[in-house]
Design a protein. Structure first.
Length: 359
């Protein structure tokens, strides 16, 4: 492609993992947004990569902090990060905001959850989160919660009664229902019960790598058939060896396109743009972190001390351009690549976010 298309990362991070504070946080089980390092390098790398917008994780995911209060605090932290870097960042509430970020050379920041526990038993909190600018709500992390089962929950229940009420509330307030990390039956139930399209913002295809964090063809097909979106991640779960490479990303994208159709597939890398400089030091810390996750019951099958949580040959500021090159080599035409790199997510957002706020 002669020009870089709109690039939207359906789940990613804005952080400099090499900064001391971020490196220390990466070794912890429950790093907070306050420990991120959104510095000059972070912002320059995002701009150099061509990244238009990214869904960042904030709020409660796991741990012993009070979920609702912690989530409100994290939203305030990100509001401050965006405000302090307004020349480079733009908080995304609408589809129009994404276009504005692209036009002005800024990076759009989409606020999202990776666990909906912060709602508690009160669906009225959805209105609060929507007003504060949250636009994506993932129902579960790997473990079960009072909404449904995560991908590692052994019972594989579907949505609970409260989970159905929560999906209704998310529909009412035009928030994305993200089924990443969910168990299979929770995913199928939510996709069927939601009145508007749902998404799986960061996943792989279980037909290619039979691991719980990946989605079955039945899940992928159902989500797409109802107008939803599937983002393929740059994660070790793309290969059962735990050592995924760029070729695996392409294979999973291609499989998802074949199952879902080219209008419903994109990317959700689950990683940073800024690369880790000292991989040896990082590997030394990784095994301990993986063991902490396992002991806390939040790890996923396929996580090991030697499985890097990113694709080694698809990192840094060239990651999106390299993926475009690989898709071109696969025979993908420019129009299809533009859809995968961002257009499909934006079209999905048009279908979900309130028409009066989508521009």
């Amino acid at each position: 492609m002669t020009t870089t298309p709109l690039i939207i990362n359906a789940l990613g991070q804005l952080d400099n993992p090499n900064a001391p504070r971020s490196a220390e946080a990466a070794a912890e089980l429950n790093p907070s947004s306050e420990q991120l390092t959104v510095d000059a390098r972070t912002l320059a790398d995002a701009r150099a990569s061509g990244l238009t917008a990214v869904n960042v994780t904030l709020g409660y995911t796991m741990g012993d902090m009070p979920p609702y209060e912690h989530t409100l605090h994290e939203i305030a932290v990100w509001d401050r990060i965006v405000r302090d870097n307004e020349a480079d960042l733009l908080k995304v509430r609408t589809v129009a905001d994404v276009h504005r970020a692209h036009r002005e050379g800024r990076t759009g920041v989409i606020y999202g959850f990776q666990n909906a526990v912060a709602v508690g038993e009160d669906t009225g909190r959805v209105a609060t989160f929507a007003e504060l600018g949250v636009r994506v709500v993932q129902l579960t992390y790997n473990q079960a919660n009072h909404i449904g089962d995560g991908s590692m929950a052994p019972d594989n229940r579907g949505l609970t009664d409260f989970g159905r009420r929560l999906v209704d509330a998310l529909n009412d307030h035009h928030l994305m229902v993200d089924l990443s990390h969910s168990g299979e039956n929770t995913c199928l139930d939510a996709a069927r019960s939601s009145r508007v399209p749902v998404s799986v913002n960061h996943t792989g295809c279980r037909a290619l790598a039979d691991l719980p964090r990946n989605k079955t063809d039945e899940e992928l097909r159902l989500v797409a058939s109802r107008g939803g979106f599937v983002g393929i991640y740059f994660m070790p779960f793309l290969n059962t060896s735990g050592h995924a490479c760029a070729a695996d990303v392409v294979e999973h994208i291609d499989h998802a396109v074949n199952v879902c159709g080219e209008d419903h597939v994109g990317i959700g890398t689950d990683g940073t743009v800024t690369t880790i400089d000292d991989l040896d030091a990082y590997r030394d810390r990784l095994a301990e972190h993986v063991e902490l996750r396992r002991a806390a019951g939040v790890g996923a099958a396929g996580e090991r001390g030697d499985t890097l949580p990113f694709v080694l040959d698809l990192r840094g500021v060239e990651q999106f351009r390299e993926l475009i090159r690989l898709l071109e080599c696969r025979g993908y035409r420019s129009a299809r690549i533009e859809k995968i790199m961002g257009r499909n997510f934006l079209d999905y957002a048009e279908r979900v976010w309130a028409p009066e706020t989508s521009g």
